[in-house]
Design a protein around this ligand. Sequence first.
Ligand code: GLN
Length: 517
Amino acid sequence: MIAWWRSPSSRTSGPVVSASDDILGRSARALAKGIRDGELSSLDVTRAYLEQIHATEPALHAYRCVTSELALAQAQAVDRARASGASLGPLAGVPVALKDIFVTQGVETTCGSAILAGWVPPYQGTHAQRLADAGAVLLGKLSMDEFGMGSANENTPFEPVHNPWARDHVPGGSSGGTAAAVAARSCALGLGSDTGGSIRQPASLCNLVGLKPTYGRVSRHGMIAFASSLDQAGPMTREVGDAALALGVLAGVDPRDSTSLDAPVPDYLAAVDAGAQGQLAGTTIGLHRRALELDGLAPQVRDRFEASLAQLADAGARVIDIELPHFEHAVATYYVLCTAEASSNLARYDGVRYGLRRDRPSLRETYEATRHDGFGAEVARRILLGTFVLRADSYADYYGRAMKVRSLIAQDYAAAFARCDMIASPTSPVPSWRIGAKVDDPLAVYLLDVFTIGANLAGLPAISIPAGFTASAPRLPIGLQLIGPRLAEPALLRVAAAHEAANRWHLERPPASGGGS
Ligand code: GLN
């Protein structure tokens, strides 16, 4: 679906390949510096990215809409501000794109659902606002699993998104559009949301850095709710430094979200620069060995994980064994709680206040027809499950019990962090799979969240970073996950940067980005 496409610039394609390759090859941090130093113009950078979107979208379908005119106007404003000597924000001129879960004033926001198709928000969400305040240029909105429910970006009434590393494979989900766009260099950095792994898992499947902050570190205002006690927004980037740069812009208390944390925002880039020196002496990494015995952990993922852990140890980190006694209950706990919260959050889509409306003779029939036509099968399944879980006669057995197990899981992490600084694991037990291969088995897909959802249940920060590729064809990315105690983002970024400094995977280009590696 590229009917929305409007030609990004008057420039015709010609011998500009090397100039735009230079732009697309730079990290967001390097772009911001180039623009600040006057070496690059924001307009040239934005045009290069719009051309890249034009070149890659027919194969990937990562974007839901491209805001070319807005982007060019924002870029011109950055160039004018620089020319006038005004001080530029930390992301000035950096082209970004947002998962379509983020509310953008004046720009259609669907949350990947037919029920919100055509909804143009009358207000700006905190994320879009903070990015704009920092000088970022908005390229558009990115495809996702409907309401963030899924792991493959196939739960969508729109086109499924393709993985730039292997076009017939899924990009992961639910932030699959963000992952595909960042990997294909059709935006310099992207935002995703993570309720049970949706930043980290697609990052892992697309060779990216994906950072889920501590619960409350980043506002949820203007991020359409799926499961409010688990949802967090965060950056998806090609390099660790870019994730630090974006987090510094997004983090901080927000008067419009009472669950946002009023804690000082540290210098995340300083943590990255320290880590890039490659020295991890004094850092203790916990290894939950039992989780590696899991059925369904692909041997190639396990091999890459062990290689990464050995690298961290070589850099001076101490690796110790830890226990997470309630680990195997996390998936079941999550799916009871997230469906319960979703059933309540999604009650507001009734054909009266937002988006789709199917007019029927009575109000009740209008509700029913709107919700029947507006929600896809996975969303309907979760609303049904969540409504069942919250019924008066099943509440204590399901919701109440899941809340108790959630506390036990949080206590397990607290006990582990008394002995180590962070816990390492694979991010996803498997690399990407073929589009369509798992659509008939939702339970199998739920089980793939096994390594990621603990951090959401306990409100902890976690990062996924590139950890190499499968040895067999097709060559698919594999991710390493680090989970830390609350507000330990600087430590996670430091170790992630040390790992990045020891490897070159983050510099590789996927086949569907118009360049070789
Ligand atoms: N795969 C998980 C789910 O389907 C995670 C989703 C998310 O983090 N938004 O619920």
